[in-house]
Design a protein around this ligand. Structure first.
Ligand code: FAD
Length: 460
């Protein structure tokens, strides 16, 4: 360790334990500054739910640092070099960002740092196996998940490292109120149902899941009514826990194997987006570019009904209302609602993906947009377009007693059991109302829209 100062620039790694960038800074430098920059370019598209969750994570990190997190709003390209000059830092440490914006931003921050004789040190990443690590036998990026996942398991990952012992890092206190500043944000209020934030909460959720639910995960993961998945996605998004810390604790059972496969999907999509950044907005499979999508007033009305959970298909509406209430939706229902938008309403996947990104507390460009592309049949090894989910059958199969629908659609609470998935078969009209509103009739006929989707697929 020398007598220099380093900055640890926190981004999507808001934790002290198992943080290689922090460890490298602490080992190499006598003084360390913990900094976070509120970047308007990222805040604008974030949606209120993610901003509020992020602020909760920052509060927790600041408390863990004894009130020594330096926060500033502005373009990192300006803020970081200025801070480095102010405190005479010789290096800025980060976990490498592989997203399209993050790559550009980091190069733009690095240039003035280097010009002033400083360095940007990229140490670690938010992934178990970072993008641009695994390649096919032919040396090309993977396009198919299963061979990627085989190599991912063979490659493995480092053991997690502990949080620095208290007193082992000389964190510099922030100098004045300007470094405690935080943008107030704008736009709609966040929902009241957001999860708790911060590193300690991520550890609590991981303990709960790994001790209780991971063994049954293979069977239970598709049941939104049981709600037994880990709910760690917002924490993985903001790095209050690293996948390495979770993988290190997994046993050898079938549930553990299935669950680690989900963490692999996260790495896979990050790798795909890194190599094909344009697929954040465009079809991965160009063969699907010719599909006709609906636009205009009727399409807009249908889109609005979908966003508000008023399509008349109970499992779709329950999912969309869970999203509005909690900023989160169960994975099976994400697939059902996404399929409904694309194949029953004939709207382009990008429209739904944007709505999800505005609402989701775990909203992540790679996982979200490639989750959408997979469902829409435009993605990597996607579900073929012509395999079309029947929303009623999906509801009956994965919410077999109707509990999930009744939890989020109060108008239907009087309908017992799985009959709730077909309210149109009920005789009594008052079953459709909870006193605040009438449950809508289906806005489209699934059977007819299925035929239409198949015809569009043939015509593309
Ligand atoms: C249309 C659509 C949009 C999605 N948008 C997002 C998103 O914005 N952010 C996001 O993190 N996940 C997204 N997913 C994936 C998945 O739905 C969520 O990760 C999962 O529901 C989060 O709940 P959990 O933490 O309880 O997951 P668990 O079942 O406990 O899984 C553990 C972790 O594995 C990762 N994971 C699980 N499934 C997937 C998957 N299919 N793709 C990538 N990673 C996965 C997540 O980090 C998750 O937290 C999307 C899926 C679809 C079909």
């Amino acid at each position: 360790m020398d007598d220099t100062t380093a900055i640890v620039w926190f981004r999507r790694d808001l934790r002290l334990a198992d943080n290689p960038a922090l460890q490298a800074a602490a080992e190499g430098h006598g003084r360390v500054i913990a900094a976070f920059v509120h970047d308007p370019a990222l805040l604008r598209p974030s949606g209120a739910n993610r901003v509020v969750f992020l602020h909760g994570c920052l509060d927790a990190l600041d408390a863990d640092l004894g009130g020594r997190l330096w926060e500033r709003e502005g373009d990192p390209q300006l803020v970081l070099p200025r801070l480095a000059e102010e405190v005479e830092a010789t290096a800025v440490y980060v976990a490498e960002d592989f997203g399209p914006y993050g790559v550009r931003r980091d190069l733009a921050v690095e240039a003035p740092l280097v010009a002033a004789g400083r360095t940007l040190e990229r140490v670690g990443s938010p992934y178990a196996v970072p993008p641009d690590t695994l390649f096919t036998g032919g040396g090309t990026p993977f396009k198919v998940f299963t061979p990627f996942s085989r190599q991912w398991r063979d490659h493995g990952w480092d053991e997690p490292i502990r949080a620095p012992a208290s007193g082992s890092v000389s964190w510099l206190a922030r100098p004045g109120p300007e470094w405690a500043g935080r943008p107030t944000g704008s736009g709609p209020e966040a929902t009241g149902g957001l999860p708790a934030a911060g590193e300690a909460e991520a550890a609590r959720l991981a303990d709960e899941f790994l001790a209780g639910h991971v063994d049954g995960y293979t069977d239970d993961r598709n049941r939104p009514d049981l709600d037994l998945t880990s709910r760690l996605s917002p924490h993985l998004k903001y790095g209050t826990v690293h996948p390495r810390q979770l993988l290190a604790r997994l046993g050898r059972g079938a549930g553990a194997h299935t669950w680690s496969g989900e963490l692999c999907w996260r790495d896979f999509y990050a790798d795909v987006l890194y190599h094909r950044p344009e697929t954040a907005r465009q079809n991965y499979s160009v063969a699907m570019n010719g599909i006709e999508w609906d636009t205009g007033a009727r399409a807009d009305d249908r889109f609005a009904a979908w966003c508000q959970g008023r399509t008349g298909y109970p499992i779709v509406d329950a999912g969309m209302r869970q999203l509005l209430a909690e900023g989160w939706m169960h994975n099976r229902v994400r697939m059902i609602t996404a399929s409904f938008l694309v194949k029953d309403l004939h709207l382009e996947w990008t429209r739904g993906a944007r709505w999800f990104m505005r609402q989701l507390v775990d909203g992540d460009l790679a996982s979200n947009n490639h989750g959408w592309q997979w469902t829409a049949g435009t993605g990597t090894d996607a579900a073929p377009f012509f395999r079309i989910f029947n929303p009623t059958a999906q509801g009956q199969r994965f919410d077999p007693h109707g509990d999930y629908v009744r939890r989020y659609v109060p108008e239907l609470r009087a309908i017992a059991g799985k009959a709730v998935h077909e309210p149109w078969k009920q005789a009594e009209a008052d079953l459709f109302s909870d006193g605040t509103g009438q449950y809508p009739s289906p806005i489209v006929d699934h059977k007819a829209e299925r035929e239409d989707a198949l015809a569009r697929y043939q015509r593309r």
